[in-house]
Ligand binder design. Structure first.
Ligand SMILES: O=C(O)C(=O)C[C@]1(C(=O)O)C=C[C@@H](O)C=C1
Length: 330
């Protein structure tokens, strides 16, 4: 699945810049996402057990960056990742990667579908295979796993599960029997991954960029969410994602996870951030980075950089005039 599979026995490199953390073991979709990062090629890939451990590596300086799943086209946002980005200070998204995901049902050799009572699977993968499971194993039980590859590996490590949901490439890693192929509800499912670091330097704008933010509403009143959305709509900014997550301190309190088209170095995006900052009690800037699909989203020409610059120059003219005691009304 990946060009540079992790080698857990490899010696730890001298510098932390050489280490990338990812959800292991080798063969996961997360590893396939890391394989898309040119800077990670030839470096040490540290396989960890969950998103929290991957991000803790970055915060503690054990790795330069961590690859984490953030959104699936069927399941939506990966809540554990969204919540971690909202609560762990200092994290920045520096890249976005897409991996098509499809799944097989595997078992120990000799097992048939009729023998399967319990299925081991990562919760995000499990949620993408409901239709097939309901149709073919309506009475099965689910045993959660830390990753899809870990689910398959556990079949040989004393797991009580009879089968596991895994990536098709699992046959290269374990001596499993494939009981069924393409068991995902949607053959075109895609998972979006992000590379997270603590670097304060923002990737250069490419013209096809995304800005990720997490913001809270100032108060619980009619129109509050509309006020938040207006910060973007009045600057001609499209949102590709907006999801609510409970803040966790009381019922009915939410924070909003937002992906906006554009880069913080785009005048319209910077201006929306200023508006958001004035309005919201908590704005987390998670980063501006190139879109994985490279799509340059069209926007209304009234929100071009030079239109903002020209308007600011006009404002400065007014201030100069006023200072000289001859305010212009032009
Ligand atoms: O990377 C893997 O293979 C995983 O098991 C994790 C994960 C996820 O966390 O969303 C990745 C992609 C799939 O959508 C399902 C599970």
């Amino acid at each position: 699945m990946s060009s540079a599979p992790a080698d857990p026995t490899a010696e730890l490199p001298a510098s932390v810049d050489e280490v990338y953390s990812f959800l292991g073991p080798s063969g996961t979709f997360t590893e396939a996402a890391l394989a898309q990062v040119p800077e990670a090629r030839g470096k040490h890939w540290r396989a960890v057990n969950n998103v929290g451990e991957a991000l803790a590596d970055v915060v503690a300086g054990r790795s330069v960056a961590a690859m984490i799943a953030i959104e699936n086209s069927i399941e939506g946002g990966v809540s554990v990742a969204q919540d971690a980005l909202a609560t762990i200070p200092g994290l920045r998204i520096v890249g976005e990667y897409l991996v098509p995901v499809n799944f097989v049902l595997v078992a120990r050799p000799g097992t048939t579908l009729a023998d399967v009572h319990t299925v081991n699977a990562h919760p995000v993968a499990y949620a993408q295979c409901h239709q097939w499971l309901d149709a073919h194993l309506p009475a099965h039980g689910h045993l959660p796993a830390s990753s899809n590859v870990a689910a398959a590996a556990s079949l040989f490590e004393g797991s009580t599960a009879d089968a596991a949901i895994a990536p098709p490439g699992i046959v290269d890693h374990h001596d499993v029997t494939v009981l069924a192929e393409n068991i995902g509800d949607n053959p075109n499912a895609v998972t979006r991954f992000v590379l997270v670091s603590t670097s304060r330097s923002v990737p250069e704008p490419t013209g096809a960029d995304k800005t990720s933010l997490i913001a809270e509403l100032p108060d619980d009143r009619p129109g509050s969410l509309l006020d938040l959305l207006e910060q973007f709509s009045t600057r001609g900014i499209n949102l590709s994602l907006i999801e609510s997550r409970p803040i966790g301190d009381a019922l009915g309190r939410y924070r909003f996870v937002i992906d906006a088209d554009g880069h913080i170095h785009d005048e319209r995006v910077a201006d929306a951030l200023l508006g958001l900052r004035r309005f919201s009690p908590s704005v987390i800037f998670l980063g501006s980075y190139p879109r994985a699909d490279g799509v340059r989203v069209a926007f209304d020409q009234r929100y071009r950089d030079d239109v903002f610059t020209e308007a600011r120059a006009w404002l400065e003219t007014l201030v100069d005039d006023a200072g000289a005691g001859s305010a212009s009304h032009g």
